[in-house]
Ligand binder design. Sequence first.
Ligand code: AMP
Length: 182
Amino acid sequence: MKDRLLFLGPPGAGKGTQAERLCNAHGLNHLSTGDLLRAEVDAKSALGTEAAELMNKGELVSDSLVLAIVKSRMKSQSGGWVLDGFPRNVNQAKALQILLEELDQQIQGVVLLELDEVALVQRLLSRGRTDDNEDVIRHRLEVYAEQTEPLVDYYLNQGLLLRVPASGAIEEIQTHIEDVLS
Ligand code: AMP
């Protein structure tokens, strides 16, 4: 199975849930920049304080901050990995490419979880995170469309994109992901 992966898709598509399940099932490292940033916020670190305001508005935090987190994690782990919520823009994708060259590793697949906007908003509203109120959700979807969606073509052009419909039962979606990775 491919085991150096990115999970791409709009907020609410289930990237975190599916990345965690896949990693648990196959012993991969799960690296979620959103989770790592929320841990910094909870710990009230300087980095967390800097990130919190932007996260609560649904804006992206700075590339340099996220990259610092990703670099230290990627350098200290061994085995397969799933990056979830990173990269979020083309600049981050290019920085990741440089980092992976340094580490002599390659992305083997980019799983794109696809879901229509009505379903996304419904899922996000039912989740109840502090950045999940309706205005912030709309803004996060706009930020996704403007900054992150260009990565679909970026990875399509590299022959890495694996599309998976993200509606239906969690187990079914997981099976579909495992199929495209096998
Ligand atoms: P997520 O859990 O992936 O939905 O991320 C929650 C929030 O964390 C986002 O709305 C951003 O504010 C921030 N965030 C997570 N990952 C990144 C990233 N790769 N680049 C910039 N901001 C990020």
